[in-house]
Ligand binder design. Structure first.
Ligand code: THG
Length: 400
């Protein structure tokens, strides 16, 4: 079954084929479906993206309801496309550390750490969650870039004694303020109380094997269930949905409004391909100052010391009047200008319910990244819009 993935693009892309029948993306051997695919389609998934060569749902047709479900109850997300790169063997710890730009010191079995990856030039090439399963066994739970190919290449060049492969692991995220209650229902009080943030453990539910981790791409709390038998996707989805009913669970997807309000990076969306983790706002997760060596460390330091910085910044649209329908998000980055001079790009924009305003992210060359700078762009409907750079995290602003 081939979902029509283009209704969103049709609304927002200004191009010659705007008014034509939009073709669908075929499912083939190169583009995979997730173990939860049938469940998401049955639940009404109406748009998908391709992420790590796999269909990933991006919406169920009612963004407002999905936002409310996530921020008030529980949303269930198929994030199986966040594939795992497994690294096993005597050199697994050393190699995993080398490919991660954050110190993994002290990360024992059962712990995870958000760890940006750099290439040899210090550019951000992925921002996985690194998970230690055993002293000689790690997973990188990756964002959308071919980290398997990268880790294999680095392992080969360094002569590391490891196996690097993609295991049968598919994360299902349970996110929202009531996720803890559902977790207790499913796994018991003891398991949930003992599970700290970014801690994980192996569990089973009705013979469905998984790794349970307190993690997820929102600031609403919750878990990720890393299903380790892809044949049991529907079974797991149904089980969680049934148990979650009393807590107001419903289908959802990684939520752009919530994650922008919460300051979480969307790798590959929020920046171009020549961006380092510091420009991407990941300084707190990058161990430049430590004595740990990692790929791209020196180059990254040189970039940080240079004057050609292009940070990602929060922006708030102020013109036209920020009524909910006034600004059309562009589905592709748009040029950002100051006084007619191009200074970067608006990468993404969204209606932010928490601020009751259109907000977004721009990548701007210094010094135009300074708070208070007004940038100009053309929105998805072809109109000129202006936005102001803000240094406030969106999450701490309260408007009412
Ligand atoms: N879950 C899993 N894998 C993933 C993602 C995920 N891989 C790709 C992508 N998402 C990675 N991106 C992030 C970004 C931020 C966080 C998690 C994944 C996150 N950050 C916290 C913060 O910024 O406050 C805490 C980080 C920390 O303390 O280490 O949670 O969603 N499986």
């Amino acid at each position: 079954m081939g979902p029509k993935i283009c209704s969103y693009a049709r609304l927002n892309v200004r191009s010659a084929w705007q008014n034509l029948c939009v073709p669908e993306i075929a499912i083939g051997a190169r583009i995979r479906t997730s173990p939860f695919f049938d469940s998401t389609v049955s639940a009404g998934a109406s748009s998908f993206t391709i992420y790590n060569g796999m269909y990933m749902p991006t919406g169920y047709g009612d963004a407002r309801a999905e936002y409310e479900r996530l921020t008030e109850n529980i949303a269930l997300w198929d994030v199986a496309a966040e594939r795992q790169v497994e690294i096993v063997g005597p050199d697994a710890a050393a190699l995993t550390q080398y490919v991660c730009a954050r110190s993994l010191r002290g990360m024992v079995a059962g712990r995870a750490r958000y760890a940006p990856m750099c290439d040899h030039q210090g550019r951000l090439i992925n921002d996985p969650i690194a998970m230690c399963l055993d002293n000689d066994r790690y997973w990188l739970s990756i964002a959308d870039s071919d980290a398997l190919l990268w880790v294999r290449a680095v392992a080969g060049e360094r002569g590391a004694d490891v196996e690097v492969f993609e295991p049968d692991v598919s994360p299902l995220a349970v996110q929202g303020p009531r996720a803890d209650e559902l977790g207790r229902e499913l796994f018991g009080d003891e398991v949930i109380e003992a599970l700290g943030f970014f801690h994980h453990r192996t569990v089973e539910l009705d013979d469905i094997p998984m790794v349970l981790c307190r993690s997820g791409w929102s600031k609403q709390g919750g878990f990720e269930l890393f299903l380790t038998d892809g044949s049991k996707g529907t079974q797991l989805w149904d089980l969680v949905m049934a148990a979650g009913e009393t807590f107001g669970i419903g289908p959802g997807t990684p939520n752009h409004a919530e994650r922008i309000e919460s300051g979480l990076l969307s790798f590959g969306s929020d920046h171009d391909r020549d961006t380092d983790p510091i420009e991407a706002g990941l300084g707190a997760f990058t161990s430049l100052a430590s004595d740990v060596d990692f790929c791209g460390k020196q180059a990254l330091q040189a970039r940080v010391d240079s004057t050609t910085r292009r940070p990602i910044v929060n922006i708030t649209f102020d013109s036209p009047a920020t009524e909910s329908r006034d600004i059309q998000p562009a589905s592709q980055p748009t040029t950002a200008s100051v006084d007619g001079k191009v200074v970067g790009e608006i990468r993404t924009s969204v209606w932010g319910p928490r601020l009751n305003a259109w907000i977004g992210l721009a990548q701007l060359q210094a010094p135009f990244d300074a708070p208070g700078t007004t940038i100009e762009s053309v929105d998805g409907a072809g109109r000129t819009v202006t936005a102001v750079v803000t240094n406030e995290p969106f999450g701490t602003i309260r408007t009412s």
